[in-house]
Ligand binder design. Structure first.
Ligand SMILES: Nc1ncnc2c1ncn2[C@@H]1O[C@H](COP(=O)(O)OP(=O)(O)OP(=O)(O)O)[C@@H](O)[C@H]1O
Ligand SMILES: CC(C)(CO)[C@@H](O)C(=O)NCCC(=O)O
Ligand SMILES: [K+]
Length: 246
């Protein structure tokens, strides 16, 4: 019989690998940048099962899976599916949709009682996915704050930036502050556009927000949205629950 403290949920993201025990999903996850560093940390954890979702090259998940197998651990990589937990994917080719988005949808569905919702993951990229009555409608993929700023600076001659990430929107009066404020405005525009899109469907909805940079969405109009520490981890927990604890 598995125990929640021995099940490790692993989010292999674009920038970071985050891992936490199923019994500690409210705590800060352990963070690694490489799969080798993650694997090196594994033995000391004494877990029995590893559930993983990855948006990196297949080689990364395969490497972790092979190591788990060698160590006698149960290993399961979750991939994007056509239909799970009553939700149907909008992609014709589901293999091409990032599993972090799919897991975010599964996490969000577990957190709302409403028929319609959107889930936003604010990290390296910002993704938004819309769901109504069990049907995934599709979504958006946009650059995250840092990618946006870096892309802008790299494609211009006289525009430069700094490392600040503003928390309130004002008008910038230097190049750096103009860039930071412009990227914040663009980011918040994604939120506002998502609300407008859902409003056009004229049905009550929830907005679920996760990701390392979700504080970019902590502006007054976003009051009432549901914050989630890590959508991928929460989504993985639903699969682990179904497989091990049902
Ligand atoms: N320890 C950390 N190292 C790097 N970035 C961090 C850290 N803590 C918070 N952040 C912030 O989190 C952001 C990354 O968010 P997140 O972790 O959701 O992205 P990610 O690893 O790319 O995963 P995803 O694939 O879900 O986008 C960074 O842009 C940064 O601002
Ligand atoms: C969009 C990202 C980078 C967000 O992390 C990830 O979900 C991904 O690599 N997706 C593949 C493309 C797609 O989802 O259509
Ligand atoms: K790419």
């Amino acid at each position: 019989m598995a125990s929640e403290k021995n099940v490790l949920l692993v989010d292999v993201g674009n920038t970071l690998i985050k891992a936490c025990r199923m019994s500690e999903m409210d705590k800060e996850p352990a963070v690694h940048t490489t799969h080798r560093a993650f694997v090196a940390s594994l033995e000391a954890l004494k877990v029995t099962h590893v559930y993983l979702g990855s948006v990196r090259d297949d080689a990364v998940a395969n490497y972790i899976g092979a190591h788990c197998e060698q160590a006698g651990l149960g290993f399961k990589e979750i991939v994007t599916e056509k239909e799970t937990f009553g939700i149907t994917n909008a992609y014709a080719n589901v293999d091409t949709m990032g599993v972090d988005r799919w897991l975010g949808i599964m996490a969000a569905q577990g957190m709302t009682k409403k028929d319609s919702f959107c889930v936003m993951d604010v990290g390296t990229a910002i993704t938004v996915d819309f769901v109504s009555k069990g049907q995934h409608l599709g979504g958006w993929i946009a650059p995250g704050f840092h990618s946006m700023r870096t892309g802008l600076i790299e494609s211009t001659k006289k525009v430069f930036g700094d490392d600040t990430m503003p928390d309130t929107l004002t008008a910038g009066n230097t190049t750096q502050s103009g860039v930071a404020q412009g990227c914040l405005a663009a980011t918040q525009g994604i939120y506002r556009s998502a609300i407008a899109y859902l409003n056009s469907k004229q049905t009550p909805f929830d907005v679920i927000i996760g990701g390392g940079d979700k504080k970019l969405f902590a502006f007054p109009e976003s009051n009432g949205s549901i914050p989630v520490a890590n959508l991928v981890v929460q989504g993985l927990a639903r699969y682990a629950k179904r497989d091990l604890f049902a």
